[in-house]
Design a protein around this ligand. Structure first.
Ligand code: HEM
Length: 132
């Protein structure tokens, strides 16, 4: 066991930077992000460091409304979440030690699931979508 916080701010930055390198190079996800973020990558990355710092270290640095923000992203289809998670998982495995990567990854899976529910769940349709 580490005798400090599970993850450091430096590790969060390394993970987020690596993840976004992969996202920007991805043929499906890349164009969605480029269209929305354009030349504001600096502020976006800073926001994502703050988000993950709030999630993993409870620093409270991120204050935002991810559901509202994602609702207005053009081209954000539910199928893309698997790709997002695959790239995030690779990034965790490549940039963090196993002890840190596991909890980080599981947190991302849980948040992705709640985001998917908030964006796509319809009470009159089976969940997960496409299962009946
Ligand atoms: C296919 C899946 C996803 C796509 C295509 C996507 C795309 C985007 C884009 C384009 C933005 C920038 C929005 C803007 O600045 O207006 C954004 C922001 C953000 N995303 Fe995602 N996202 C996805 C999944 C996720 C997941 C699973 C998480 C969390 C685990 C997440 C967390 C965030 C956060 C915290 C922001 C910042 C929101 C804010 O401005 O306060 N996203 N996302």
């Amino acid at each position: 066991m580490k005798d400090r916080a599970l993850v450091s701010e430096q590790e969060i930055r390394r993970l987020v930077d690596l993840f976004y390198d992969k996202v920007r190079a991805d043929p499906d996800l890349g164009p969605i992000f480029e269209r929305v973020i354009q030349d504001e990558w600096g502020p976006h990355l800073q926001k994502m460091y703050d988000f993950w710092s709030s999630v993993m270290l409870a620093t409270g640095r991120y204050r935002g409304q991810p559901v509202v923000i994602h609702k207005r992203i053009e081209g954000l289809e539910i199928e893309l979440f698997d790709r997002w998670l695959a790239l995030f998982g690779e990034s965790c495995a490549e940039s963090l030690d196993a002890e840190t990567a596991g909890p980080f990854w599981r947190k991302a899976v849980r948040i992705a699931e709640s985001l998917k529910l908030a964006l796509f769940y319809r009470p009159d349709q089976p969940w997960p979508l496409g299962t009946a």
